[in-house]
Every structure is written in structure tokens, then in C-alpha cells.
Design a protein around this ligand. Sequence first.
Ligand SMILES: [Zn+2]
Length: 297
Amino acid sequence: MKILKNIVAALICLSGVHILIREFLCRNRVAILMYHDAKPEVFAKHLDYLSRHWTIISLDVLVDAIYQKDFSRIPAKSVIITIDDGHAGNIELLHLFKQYRIRSTLFVCTQIINTYRHFWFKIKGQSKAEKERLKRLPNAKRLAHLKRTTDFEPEKVYPDRQALNIVEMKEMVADVDFQPHTQFHPILPHCTETECRQEILGSKVDLEKLLGIECSHFSYPNGDYTEREIEIVKTAGFRSARTTDIGWNTVEASPYQLKTIPIADDAGLALFRAQLTTIPQRLGKWVNSLYYRMPSR
Ligand SMILES: [Zn+2]
């Protein structure tokens, strides 16, 4: 799979498609990149490339422009950097945010940051196929299954820390836009109405209280949402929500369905340039949908 990805990336870069897409398609469209736990060495190379060919703006600038229906102040070829979950390794990126003078948005799980609780999707020994199956279960069933098979509990305290703590977040808050990504990272459409409200509203309250800030942007865990989640996010007072629907955002974008460009945390420069076209991700999604639809999996 990795070899195939690199071949696709090389073909895109050799053909110059990445330049055509950047120079023509991205004049009036904004790319929101999505990372999770990139290492500083890799992230530095991405930022170096972006700073030479793109303009890095903040999420606030895009959301304001969408509400004003006016992209005139958005530079051509703009990108926004978002980083999901609140992984402890994100602190290593702070010097790069400062060096490039960029304001990235970190969407964090507010009941996992500043604790020794674990992310359920980082439990060791679970195959990708098993995780995908769990994502389709009702929330209570998923948690019951995890408890039975791995002894995982959302509020259990583990010896090692997976998420950022308050000391690190306070060090980052002047350079980083912290926003909520629910409390425990459930798959929202598989939650009950009460669970869903608690996860969305509770995460806003948690983060505002923890950092003394006002939160206005949200991102759906795993990118899963329905009309119900959009309504709850709106009534909670958020101005926008980022999905994982692949694509760019125009002046017509719905603020509660912002599109994204997922970037592999370990992408070399060729793959990164190719991923900015969204072609490898669209191909990957298509292959995955065939694979996980097979009844034997
Ligand atoms: Zn996430």
C-alpha cells in the first residue's frame, strides 16, 4: 500500500499536476490541512515548502470571510493548518509555529488532555479493520466491547500520558488556537442525543474553563456528522466545524461542513506535495471503501 502511494505521489509530481492544481484551482479556494501527531523533523519540511509556495492563514480568517461572503482579503493559494486530538507530541511543534509565525488550530479532546487517560483508537493490538468495525457500533456497544476485550475505559488512568497537559498548553496558547474535538472522541452519530450534547457542549465548557479562552470552532471526531450534530454544534455557539470530507473551501462553503485535506503525519516531501492535490487521499478512500465493504473482513 505504501509503495503504491509513493508511486502515485511520484507520478503526480512528475506530471506537474500539483502545480496546475495549486496555480489554477486554488486561486479562490482555501485548503484546511489536517494533521494528528507529526514529528517536528517532518513538519518542518512541510512548513518550509508551504512557506515558499502557499500562504498560511488562520482558521478565523477563513470563517470570517465565509460569513462575510467576501474572499477579497484571502490570499490566493491559502492553507490553514489544523491538528487533531491533542497528542502529547504536539508540544514539539511549538518552536516551528513561532519560527514561521503561523497560528495553527489544535482540536483537542477535553477529557483526555491534562490527564493520564488514553485515546480509545490508540489501544495497541487492534487491527485497522477491527477499529473500523468498532466505529460503526452504537457508542455504548463500542465501549462495552473495548472494556471486555482490552479492559479499556474512557476514564481509566494509565501509567503513560498520551495527550498534552496544562503546562504545555499554557506555553502554547499564545501561538496556538485551541478548540474542542469532543471530550472522549466518540463517533457522534452513534451516540444517543444526550451523549452527543454532552460531548459537544461539555467539550466547549471544559476548554474555555481550562484555558480561560472563548472557543468558536469544532471538529467532528473521525469526521462523522449528521444534521443532528450540525444543529447541536450551532446551538452550542460554535461558528464553524471542520469535517474530514476531502476538498477545498470556497466562499460558498457551509461553515459547519468545512472540507479538509488529510495529510499523512510521516509524509515525505513528494507525498506531501501530492497530498496537497487530494488525489492520493481520494484514491485511498476509494480503495478502503472496497476493502472494508467485503463481507469476510
Ligand atoms: Zn480525532
